[in-house]
Design a protein around this ligand. Structure first.
Ligand SMILES: Cc1cc2nc3c(=O)[nH]c(=O)nc-3n(C[C@H](O)[C@H](O)[C@H](O)COP(=O)(O)OP(=O)(O)OC[C@H]3O[C@@H](n4cnc5c(N)ncnc54)[C@H](O)[C@@H]3O)c2cc1C
Length: 280
């Protein structure tokens, strides 16, 4: 944990894959599954995009060698989407093929709305031939209810989150209560998709999703609850103790600032936490 400053330490597992595997081991010991993410987004040149692809391959291999319970999450802009979509597609294919070989799973994170359609197009282009890949949909976007229906029709594994990006009102609901209502609607729709993953720290959303899943006849093995590393860890363990499958999103790496900034923006109390640590 060399470059990582104390600021990001609460939300980021460390600088490199070895730090990350240590964090996975601790979470696994508490019965929590993990999805590992090598931090980075918006690669602007081929060299960085290819290095990111290599790191994802390394992650898959280290997970297999160490025997931990983890899959991986990645961002297509880190693989070059935006400046060379073909490069991003080729790298994604290599990563998904390696995940298949190792019997693992790749989740494509969803980024800002300028990437939504491109991300879904690339995902669907390879999904039918490679079922070991899943997508993320964001309840903040107006389009998402329709995207959830498509996902059910095409038997796609979806992680549902609220959405972490600042979006224009044409694309997204400006009001939090509309985002929450859309989250509940989308969760109920996704009860029809394979292993829906509810990614939220919001108890009311979790409760609504569990109610919808129960009404649809799902049992605990049919879905996952997901949370971010460093946020509501106690609640994650309580949910696990109730028998739910809980997966923690564990980011690592030195390009932590944009991720860290989104976490701070989401919650003012985090600024106080940082200020307190700074002065201590
Ligand atoms: C596993 C996982 C994967 C995700 N993947 C994506 C993705 O691919 N694309 C994307 O756009 N977004 C992603 N997100 C982020 C998500 O969109 C939200 O920005 C984030 O989860 C906060 O929303 P919330 O659902 O927790 O609800 P909120 O209404 O924001 O929060 C509910 C409660 O959770 C707690 N909480 C929430 N955020 C914080 C925080 N930062 N610090 C401390 N406490 C907090 C608080 O108690 C808060 O009252 C992911 C989230 C998770 C859990």
């Amino acid at each position: 944990m060399r470059a990582l400053t104390f600021l990001a330490h609460r939300f980021v597992a460390g600088d490199d894959i070895s730090d990350a595997i240590d964090a996975v081991r601790e979470l696994n010991a508490d019965g929590l599954k993990v999805t590992l993410d090598n931090l980075g987004e918006d690669s602007h040149d081929k060299e960085h995009a290819l290095a990111a692809a290599e790191e994802n391959l390394t992650m898959l291999r280290r997970i297999a060698e160490s025997g931990v319970d983890a899959n991986i999450s990645l961002k297509l802009s880190q693989l070059g989407m935006g400046f060379d979509d073909g490069l991003a597609r080729d790298s994604l294919l290599r990563i998904v093929a390696e995940a298949e070989r190792l019997k693992n799973f790749v989740r494509i994170d969803m980024e800002g709305s300028k990437f939504t359609q491109k991300t879904l197009d690339l995902f669907y282009a390879l999904h039918d031939a490679h079922p070991g890949v899943g997508i993320v949909l964001q309840a903040s976007l107006r389009r998402t209810e329709g995207d959830c229906r498509d996902a059910v029709a095409r038997k796609v594994r979806v992680r549902l989150c609220k959405g972490a990006y600042k979006e224009p009102a044409e694309a997204a609901y400006p009001d939090k209560k509309d985002v929450d209502a859309n989250y509940d609607r989308c969760a109920a729709i996704l009860a029809g998709a394979p292993i829906p993953a509810m990614a939220t720290h919001d108890d009311a959303r979790i409760e609504a999703a569990l109610k919808a899943f129960d009404a649809a006849g799902l049992v605990k093995a049919d879905y996952e609850l997901q949370m971010l590393y460093g946020i509501r860890g106690k609640r994650a363990r309580e949910l696990r103790a109730l028998g739910h499958a809980v997966r923690i999103y564990v980011p690592y790496g030195t390009h932590w600032f944009p991720y860290f900034y989104r976490r701070i923006r989401e919650r003012k109390e985090n600024l106080l936490f940082i200020a307190r640590n700074f002065f201590e």
